[in-house]
Design a binder for this molecule. Structure first.
Ligand code: CAA
Length: 727
């Protein structure tokens, strides 16, 4: 029977008796079918059925309250709550955030569950996250199947647990483990949750069956109700120190640090008061740009792979892949493919190079073994059976997909593709990992351009999440679908990109790096720029990143570009001086910063300041001061402007595609949502005004993106384009 039909949302236990006096509710008037009610003897069973993840939307909340009332009216002795489909409640319904909330609110539903006079048991499977765990914490007992995971990941949405999680979890398991779970958003496996005391039991089986057996055992033992809110306040810790640690780790994100303060309330205030204050903090965070940024990132991450043109397109079958080139990138790609369960054949030019590639891949896999990502058995199978090394292209004749990761030179790439065209079986996907080169030109070196695609990985490829799927003019739709399917198998965030110099990410990077270089010429220091951008939330500033990547990379590119450069381009030459002196950054111990062995990070290299001053003098530039705010403003204006060009030209389909590229491949702070979400939150008219004012100094570099101008003119923003694309 589908149950629902409620007249009241109860929040206080005292109301229950009053309601009973009113007689049973009118069960016939169904309002929601999100909770299924069943009475089995003296046990009422509430089954959540709100696919895909049993999110706690309004219908579910209402259904739970209705179910409790019905069970109490039916004179049941206990209530079992479980979820249908793949999971228990995976949390509040995020799509309701930012809209007026409909009663009953989740904290009230939670309190109502806990206050039920009946014994309430939760049987968990899948993921009990956020509000889902908060509901579980209100059950008097919790059992789970072994694969279940629990967590309070609200900080990943820019908020904190707002339905009692910060008050109940520390009461149940202590302050430190609770703060760990809440501030890191990590998902805790069933076994660990049992050891921590979040779960009472872990049993193999169907959640409903194990739950019923547990309820029956509890009833047989006359087990008491056990409301967590009635447990004593947890022991305090040094909250100020913890707050500072978490604040620093958040690099500007406010929710995790606020969550520490919320847990502190659990130690200092009576439960009801703590709950009230937690809700206030939750509502305050709901109003922040950070919440909007994080939720944008959540949905963008899921939207990137949904391309309307691929809806009815089946990807090709890929079991065996070939990789050409076993340097850092090729070895990383091979590692990622092995970990995804694919057979890998890696081709190198000589036996020594092949051996070196094997060593690199084994090293990567040893890292996975050390971090418990794979077992010793799996390591042995992957290295001894699944991976093959070869020095002859013939070894690729059975590969379903081949990724080339050789030297970044058009002639070299074309040669590789001509050879692949000759040996690969019909229908094999031929992919290039180029970062900048024209995929159309590479495809034209084959007689099968429909099978050719760009798969742009980021180094280290077995770690970095981003994969740009570069679609050339003649790439067949099922080749594109195969690229996305491979990305998914490898656990990557795959984003569609069109062909241009640098695709989405590197093209935008080149522009904002240039803006930074201009600021250095005009008076800012690389160290001030790095600091300002780290304060904005980037993990590293652009000059520290350059040191990490190796200054020789930029040097080689500057040399390559010099013959074709527009004379109006302002390109600093002082970094060439560093390279000429053999300073390539971290790998040589010196670059923009000086690195001492055994120490993390570097200290500013004073030689750099001297070189910059000399270049300014040579160019006749009188340096001026930049505030940190101005640095961020210009850097971001350059990023947003180029991103708008990338969207306007169709290189990225939607603004959210750009956001995901920068978030997952370039260290852009997630809580700003990506550069174009950030731009929307700042207001596009102000940004366009900035760009126009910078153009008065340098109208070659600062050319406003036509798309940005159009959006401002029409009073719209980037998110409007995302919505248009989704409809
Ligand atoms: N609300 C609304 N929709 C949700 C959702 C949620 N909490 N969680 C997932 N979805 C949607 C996804 O958007 C996706 O929709 P589409 O198919 O339309 O893209 C669909 O459910 C499936 O999600 P995934 O693709 O992510 O599926 P998965 O199997 O890879 O992962 C998951 C499942 C682990 C539950 C993952 O979706 C996830 O982590 N969800 C978010 C969980 C979360 O953050 N919960 C806390 C919410 S905040 C809260 O509860 C606040 C509070 O205290 C009151």
């Amino acid at each position: 029977m589908i149950f629902a039909g409620n007249r009241l949302a109860l929040t206080q236990p005292a109301h229950i008796n009053e309601l009973r006096l009113l007689g049973p509710p009118e069960w016939g008037t169904c309002m929601t079918d999100a909770i299924h009610y069943e009475l089995q003897g003296d046990i009422a069973i509430l089954k959540a059925q709100n696919p895909p993840v049993n999110a706690l939307g309004h219908a579910v909340r209402q259904g739970l309250v209705d179910g409790l009332e019905r069970a109490e009216a039916d004179n049941a002795r206990a209530i079992l709550i479980h979820g249908d489909g793949s999971t228990w409640f995976a949390g509040a319904d995020i799509r309701e955030f930012g809209k007026p909330m409909q009663e009953p609110l989740l904290p009230d539903v939670c309190n109502r569950i806990e206050a039920s006079p009946l014994l309430v048991v939760g049987a968990l499977h899948g993921t009990a996250l956020g509000g889902g765990l908060e509901v579980a914490l209100c059950c008097h007992y919790r059992i789970a199947v072994p694969g279940a995971r629990v967590g309070l990941p609200e900080v990943m949405l820019g908020i904190l647990p707002g339905a009692g999680g910060t008050q109940r979890l520390p009461r149940l398991i202590g302050v430190e483990p609770a703060i760990d779970i809440i501030t890191t958003a990590r998902q805790v496996g069933a076994q660990e949750a049992l050891e921590l005391g979040i779960l009472d039991r872990v049993r193999e089986g169907e959640p409903r069956d194990v739950g019923l057996a547990f309820v029956r055992a509890l009833l047989d033992d006359d087990a008491p109700r056990r409301p967590v809110s009635e447990m004593p306040a947890p022991k305090p810790i040094d909250f100020d120190a913890m707050y500072q640690t978490v604040l620093k780790r958040g690099r500007g994100q406010i929710a995790p640090a606020q969550a520490v303060r919320a847990v502190q309330l659990a130690c200092e205030l009576p439960f009801d008061e703590g709950l009230r204050r937690e809700r206030e903090m939750f509502m305050d965070l709901m109003e922040t740009d950070q919440r909007q940024g994080m939720i944008h990132a959540f949905f963008a991450e899921r939207a990137v792979s949904k391309l309307p043109e691929l809806k009815a397109v089946e990807p090709r079958v890929v079991n065996a892949i070939g990789v050409i080139g076993g340097g850092t990138m090729g070895a990383g790609i091979a590692t990622s493919a092995l970990l995804a369960g694919l057979n890998v054949t890696l081709v190198e030019m000589s036996q020594e190079a092949a051996d070196a590639a094997r060593t690199r891949i084994e090293g990567n896999l040893a890292g996975a073994l050390k971090r418990n990502k794979i077992t010793q058995d799996r390591y042995d199978t992957l290295t001894q059976e699944t991976l093959a090394l070869a020095t002859d292209y013939d070894a690729l004749k059975d590969a379903d997909l081949v990724i080339e990761a050789v030297f970044e030179d058009m002639d070299v790439k074309k040669d590789v593709f001509t050879k692949l065209d000759a040996v690969c079986k019909p229908g094999a996907v031929l992919a290039t990992n180029t970062s900048y080169l024209d995929v159309n030109e590479i495809a034209a070196a084959t007689a099968r351009p429909g099978d050719v695609i760009g798969l742009h990985f980021f180094s280290p490829a077995h770690v970095m999440k981003l994969l740009e799927v570069v679609v050339a003019d003649r790439t067949a739709p099922d080749t594109v679908a195969t690229g996305f399917a491979l990305g998914k198998k490898m656990g990557k965030i795959a984003v569609r990109a069109g062909v241009c110099d640098g695709f989405i990410g590197n093209r935008i990077l080149a522009t904002y790096r240039t803006a930074a270089d201009h600021m250095v010429l005009d008076g800012a220091s690389p160290f001030q720029i790095d600091k300002a951008l780290e304060d904005f939330g980037f993990a590293m500033g652009p000059y520290a990143v350059a040191d990490l990547a190796g200054l020789d990379i930029g040097w080689a590119m500057r040399k390559r570009q010099a013959p074709h450069r527009d004379p109006r381009e302002r390109v600093p030459s002082y970094p060439d001086r560093l390279c000429e002196a053999g300073h390539f950054g971290q790998k040589t111990g010196k670059g923009y910063y000086i690195y001492e062995t055994g120490k993390r990070g570097g200290t500013p290299n004073p030689e750099v300041t001297g070189l910059i001053e000399a270049e300014r003098a040579e160019r006749g530039i009188t340096p001026r001061d930049f505030t940190d705010e101005e640095i961020v403003r210009r850097y971001m204006a350059a990023m947003v402007n180029e991103a708008a060009k990338v969207v306007g030209e169709g290189i990225a389909r939607r603004p959210l595609d750009v956001d995901m590229v920068l978030l997952s491949g370039y260290g852009f702070p997630r809580y700003h949502g990506g550069p174009l979400k950030w731009a929307d939150l700042q207001g596009l008219p102000g940004l366009l005004d900035d760009i126009k004012s910078y153009a008065r100094e340098d109208d070659h570099f600062w050319q406003p993106a036509p798309l940005l101008e159009r959006l401002v003119e029409e009073g719209r923003n980037f998110d409007d384009l995302n919505k248009e694309a989704a409809s």
